[in-house]
Structures are given as structure tokens and as C-alpha cells.
Ligand binder design. Sequence first.
Ligand SMILES: NC(=O)c1ccc[n+]([C@@H]2O[C@H](COP(=O)([O-])OP(=O)(O)OC[C@H]3O[C@@H](n4cnc5c(N)ncnc54)[C@H](O)[C@@H]3O)[C@@H](O)[C@H]2O)c1
Length: 422
Amino acid sequence: MKPNPPGSSPEACKAAGQAPQQKTQAKPTKAARQKVLVTGGGGYLGFSLGSHLAKSGTSVILLDRRRPQWELSPETEFIQADVRDEAALYRAFEGVDCVFHVASYGMSGAEKLQKEQIESINVGGTKLVIDVCVRRRVPRLIYTSTVNVAFGGKPIQQGDEDSVPYFPLDEHIDHYSRTKAIADQLTLMANGTPLPGGGILRTCVLRPPGIYGPEEQRHLPRVAGHIKKRLFMFRFGDRKAQMNWVHVHNVVQAHVLAAKALTVGKGYVASGQAYYINDGESVNLFEWMAPLFEKLGYSQPRIQVPTSWVYLTAAVMEHLHLALRPICNLPLLLTRSEVCSVAVTHTFQIAKARAQLGYAPDKFSLADVVERYVQSTSPRPRSSTAQTLLRLLLGLLLLLGLLALALHFLGLQPLQAAMKRL
Ligand SMILES: NC(=O)c1ccc[n+]([C@@H]2O[C@H](COP(=O)([O-])OP(=O)(O)OC[C@H]3O[C@@H](n4cnc5c(N)ncnc54)[C@H](O)[C@@H]3O)[C@@H](O)[C@H]2O)c1
């Protein structure tokens, strides 16, 4: 049997926004319709969002190239399609009055190195989504962006939408962040595009940090896997380095509010706007992850290694991964951009979302999420001191070997430049 949909608790989101009643709209019948489409609707956030909207009586289309692993609710239709397939989008967008463009590629792990796919999905797909919204006279488009459009490895403390500019596109160390930044800007630039027959397209973007919650598939199982394999024996980065996280219920809430804020009822307040969305708390990753270590039955990493070592190791692993790709799939422990995310403070205010959207994040704890996760897996007994020491030694040797390789093959200059930021 398929698991229950994530994000299905009653306290989260209410209905989607009223269908827009734009003064200039030619066909009044369109105002009565309440039908939304979620790209990436087979993924964690997209499915959670679609399920909430369906519960409130909204007719929901989930569009994704892969089927969701959860049971579809009755008000939900699933269309298997690629956001790069213009004809499929054109068919799917018929009669839709709000599109949530959630689909994306290349966020974490080995996906991060698939440059062409990332470019064509995140940039090409977004261009098509905007284009088809206009051709199909869809008046509202909400894009799920990321804090990475502003964060590229330089510290940001309580940044806001006005004071923090986009990180320079050519300085991003990963394609995902660069392409998300392009898509974010394309979406905002499309705001105000006239629709055929009257009315305009209104757009906004939401920029969440890492998303967590029950049945989340991307971060928690990956980190837990690394912990179980004793790959997280070291910690790195400034102990005071902080970041934000957002629970899936809160980010769903923000999307629903953003859709409402693109309607006449809310004075189109979100039209052409960007919003940082998070739980309203800043945390150090290793401290935040403590319940995961604890509940899995492992001790927290105590040995601190220089961030530059970890960064270099990540660079070597990325190069090795790409070089060996034709032969085997070398797993990536961490990528360079993930190292920066952990080691460098990047926190954002949510004051604008609170004031304009009425966003009010509920309080959640990672411990509860971990509890549910651990229930579905059996905790491993702690290993003996001798085993731990042996692994530690092997880990150190591996690290030193990779460092030597890095210096040999990659040359120092480009890496030194990046490491200066850390
Ligand atoms: N998960 C996070 O920590 C996080 C953090 C910041 C921003 N975001 C953003 O939130 C959104 C959703 O993230 P998620 O955690 O639900 O990720 P996810 O991987 O669970 O969902 C993304 C979905 O997009 C679909 N997709 C990818 N390429 C596609 C294509 N060509 N055509 C159609 N569908 C395609 C995937 O199949 C997947 O189901 C993304 O836009 C992501 O950039 C996520």
C-alpha cells in the first residue's frame, strides 16, 4: 500500500486563492473557475501542496515526469509529462487559473553535476511554463525558487528581499543555484505580461531554504545513510555558522497564501514580488541534526576538520564522479556548494512574507520528524571503540589521499579562490 501523503495535517493550508477577477479580463466565466496545476506535483513539496489544495475543494492537476509515490486524493488528476514538452504543457494548462511551478532538477547529490539536464529543465522548462501560461491565459504563476539565488558561499546574516542582491550568475559554483536564479528572474520579469483577450499574467517567487518534514526523501534519508556508514565522523565549518530550514507545512502554507496574494481580493500585493520563506528560526546544522544522530544511535561528530579540507575533498569527489561516470556511479558524500551551505552563515528574514502574505509559520521540531523516520528503520547498535578508531584512521587517510590528489590534478588557483570565501 502507498503511504499517506506528506503534509496532510489539517492545521496547515486552507483553500487556494479566489480565482482572479481582473478588471480588464474579457471573459467573466474564467473568474468562477478554481483549477490549479502543480508542476513537479509528483515530488515532495508539489504533492504536499496539491494534496492540501485538493482537500479544500480546489481541482488540482499534478504534472510530473514521474508518478508520485503517494496515493492521489480524489480531487487530484495526475498528468505524466515533462516541463520541456511544450505540447503536453499546452494540453495540461487548459482551463487552469493558477500554476505553481515547483518542478526542478539538480538540487542535491549526484544530480547536481548533470549540467545539461539542469539547464534544460530549470531554465528551458521555466521559459516554456511562462510561455504556455500566457498562451493559455493563466493569470497567476507562483515559482518555487530557493535561497541559493542569493547565497553563493558568502555570509548573509538575516538577509531580506531588498538588501541582498542576486549572487552573480557567473560566480555560482553549482548549476542548480545558477539556473534557479535565472528562472527566478525570468518569472519575475514575466509579471505584467498581457494575456491574449485581456488581463495580465501576475507572478511571484518564493525562496525557501532546505525543506524537511514527514516522509521527506531528499535530505533526511541521505544524511541518515551517511551517518550509518560512519561517513559523518568529522564536523566542519564555524560552530556559529547558521542557516534556516522550513517544514513542508509552512512552505505549503506560503504557496497557498502567495496564490491568494495574486488576486484582486488581496490587492495583487504579491504581483512581481519575491519572498524568503522559512520556519523563522536560525540554526547550526550539526546542532539541528543532533536528534538524528541520537535517534539513530550514533554519537555526534566531535573532531573538527578545517573546512578547506572538506571543500577540497568535495572538489575531488565531484571531478572523480564525472570522470568515472561512464564506468560507475561514484556516490557523492557532499558537493562543494553543500559544504558552503553548512560552513557559511546564510539566514534570511521572513518579515516581508509575514506582512504582505500573512505568512505565520507553525512550530515544528526535527526530532518529531526523525522519530517517525526512525520508526520505519531499525537503529544500529553503537560500534566498539576499536572499530570507531579504525574507521577514523581510514577516514583521515582517505581525506589526506584525496587532498594530495586535489593538489596534483586540479592545481591550486581556482580552489584557493573558492576557499578564501570559507
Ligand atoms: N527540498 C529542498 O530542500 C528545497 C530547498 C529549496 C528549494 N526547493 C525547491 O522546491 C521545489 C520542490 O522541491 P522538492 O523537495 O519537492 O523536490 P523533489 O525532487 O521531491 O520534487 C521535484 C519534482 O520535479 C520533478 N521534475 C524534475 N524534472 C522534471 C521535468 N523535466 N518535468 C516534470 N517534472 C520534473 C521531479 O520528478 C520531482 O518529482 C524545487 O523547485 C526546489 O528547487 C527545495
